[in-house]
Ligand binder design. Structure first.
Ligand SMILES: [Zn+2]
Length: 279
């Protein structure tokens, strides 16, 4: 798709997002702007359903109070019941996330593109990949990217007992700390499949659960143009985009980023990483 076409589609999406009104765009996590964090709805496991923004009626089904994190002392992470799905607040801010890596075949290309446009992103890494590629985590740290915990071996957490979930998460935080320099503050369950134990252990380890708003489904290798189109269709203020830099053949994901990132920036989006807020 040409860039102008992308921009035109973009505007149409923005008009749709505006029509949702204030309630439609409220929710989720705080970007680096000081807004409060609040939980949003969980995606289904594997979750194409998370691609579109929620309809206003779905927001109305939620209670009007109780969005905010439970009272917590500074440095303590609340135990959530749902993952965060998008950025809250105003402004044309989006977050790009890359899962399952790092993979030396694809991650350096993605880092190069992000660097070219001076853009930061999030990488939800698997411990076993991180342990093999600590240099890539060090580069992510140098270039200001946020590294999140995506478990050690990418299992379906809902099929595991507490002890195994803890090992999967704890080992991964340890290897991230060693290679990246700090412990992760975010985690994402493989397949978007969270359970209560995962929320509790994540909080215990100081991590907030982050899902996504737009799934590029890049792992199905649908073609670079389709991936670019999915980002264009889904782009809106507060959107979190899911792609992959590992776990299979990912050259389409690499090429797609080279096209949709400059297009998003040209459309006036601020592509950034979220900042943790305690309330
Ligand atoms: Zn994954």
């Amino acid at each position: 798709m040409q860039k102008d076409q992308l921009l035109i589609r973009r505007r149409a999406v923005l008009a749709g997002a505006a029509a949702l009104g204030a309630a439609g765009v409220a929710s989720a996590l705080a970007p680096g702007t000081g807004e409060r964090a609040a939980p949003a709805s969980a995606p289904a496991a594997g979750a194409p359903a998370a691609r579109r923004p929620l309809k206003p009626s779905e927001y109305r089904l939620r209670p009007l109070t109780g969005y905010d994190a439970p009272p917590s002392t500074p440095g303590r992470t609340p135990v959530r019941r749902e993952p965060l799905l998008r950025l809250s607040g105003r402004g044309r801010t989006m977050v790009l996330t890359f899962d399952d890596g790092p993979d030396p075949r694809y991650t350096p290309d993605i880092l190069d593109t992000l660097a070219r446009y001076e853009t930061r992103a999030m990488f939800f890494v698997c411990g076993e990949m991180a342990a093999e590629n600590p240099d890539l985590l060090a580069r992510m740290a140098d270039e200001g990217h946020v590294v999140g915990n995506h478990t050690w071996s990418h299992p379906l957490l809902t099929a595991l007992g507490r002890r195994r979930i803890r090992t999967e998460m704890e080992r991964t935080s340890d290897v991230i700390e060693k290679a990246h320099g700090s412990r992760p503050e975010w985690f994402r369950a493989p397949y978007g499949a969270w359970n209560r134990a995962a929320f509790r252990l994540g909080a215990e380890l100081g991590m907030e659960p982050l899902a996504w708003t737009v799934d590029t489904l890049d792992w199905t290798t649908p073609g670079t143009r389709t991936i670019v189109g999915r980002v264009a269709d889904g782009a809106a203020p507060g959107v979190v985009v899911l792609s992959h830099d590992a776990g299979g053949e990912r050259s389409q994901s690499v090429r797609a980023l080279r096209r949709y990132l400059p297009a998003l920036l040209d459309s006036g989006y601020h592509v950034t990483v979220p900042r943790r807020q305690y309330v």
